[in-house]
Design a binder for this molecule. Structure first.
Ligand code: MF3
Ligand code: CO
Ligand code: CO
Length: 277
């Protein structure tokens, strides 16, 4: 794996890892903060009876109101402004007119392009009162993402991120999805390198200051295996167990890591109400 100054790199995926400068970090900060505000805006909107279509429309309108564009819209044929992944849906759930039901858990994943820079983040939202095991899954998934992010600094490796996530998750008898991973991004939505959410310490791509990528672990209560439904997008757990995901966009700094998509309202893990079901 080789690295290249992003300013001198072709504007496409070419097998090299782009190293970005201060103007890129400034652009990513703005795009990341806009996504975070969008996900904050959704917190009171995710309620029993609300169709995911409505969430999608709110995100589209938010983007339009703020001079941004939803990166997923028409991306490789994907038809919507968000992914809404409910219960055993692992990722890439397509918003539709079915109302959310009390007890559902839903991941809303938003990527906004602002001034050419991509901010990509997702959170789990509880619909009404959710089962305790769902809350536990959400808590472990959120903590695993944060442990993965905490492993980031120049000289660490992608495997250190994966190890931090996998060891924590498996310690709670949950499993890490292997079929989807985090990704480099910047002016592109999906770029080198892949950030796998499982691995061994010291293995994989060495991290360097100036790298931009996402950390977005998908964690299952049951087995890690997934299948994609006939719509070509919706990925579900093969054993139909519950799945959760959180995602932040980050940059590697000289001293560690900068998270671009932190919630300005402290809603990185939206509050849930949990009880027996
Ligand atoms: N936002 C997703 C990610 O985290 C990608 C969704 S691509 C889509 O990388 F086409 F499914 F929308
Ligand atoms: Co992503
Ligand atoms: Co995303």
């Amino acid at each position: 794996m080789t690295y290249i100054d992003a300013a001198a790199a072709p504007l496409r995926k070419n097998g090299q890892i782009k190293i970005y400068g201060p103007e890129a970090f400034e652009g990513m900060r703005k795009a990341g903060q806009l996504v975070a505000r969008c996900l904050d805006m959704l917190v009171p909107e995710v309620q029993p009876g609300v169709p995911t279509d409505r969430i999608d429309r709110l995100v589209f309108e938010f983007a339009m109101d703020h001079g941004a564009y939803p990166a997923t819209l028409m991306y490789r044929g994907y038809p919507r402004s968000t992914c809404t992944s409910i219960n055993h849906v692992v990722c890439h759930g397509i918003p539709n007119d079915k109302p959310l039901r009390e007890g559902d858990i839903v991941n809303v994943d938003v990527t906004l392009i602002l001034d050419g820079w991509h901010g990509d983040s997702s959170r789990m939202y509880g619909v009404g009162e959710i089962p305790r095991k769902a809350e536990r899954l959400i808590d472990v998934t959120f903590e695993s993402m944060n442990r993965g992010i905490a492993a980031i600094r120049p000289g660490a490796t992608a495997g250190d991120i994966g190890f931090a996530i996998e060891s924590f998750v498996e310690g709670h008898n949950m499993s890490v999805v292997r079929d989807f991973c985090g990704h480099g991004l910047g002016r592109l939505f999906h770029d080198e390198p892949n950030i796998v959410h499982a691995g061994r310490r010291g293995e994989g791509v060495p991290l360097r200051a100036g790298m931009l990528f996402t950390v977005e672990p998908m964690i299952n209560l049951g087995r890690p295996h997934v299948k994609v439904l006939s719509d070509g997008w919706t990925a579900v757990t093969r054993d139909r167990s519950l799945s959760a995901q959180f995602e932040h966009t980050v940059g590697v700094t000289e001293t560690g890591v900068e998270v671009f998509t932190y919630s300005p309202m402290g809603l990185d893990k939206p509050p849930v109400i949990s009880g027996r079901h």
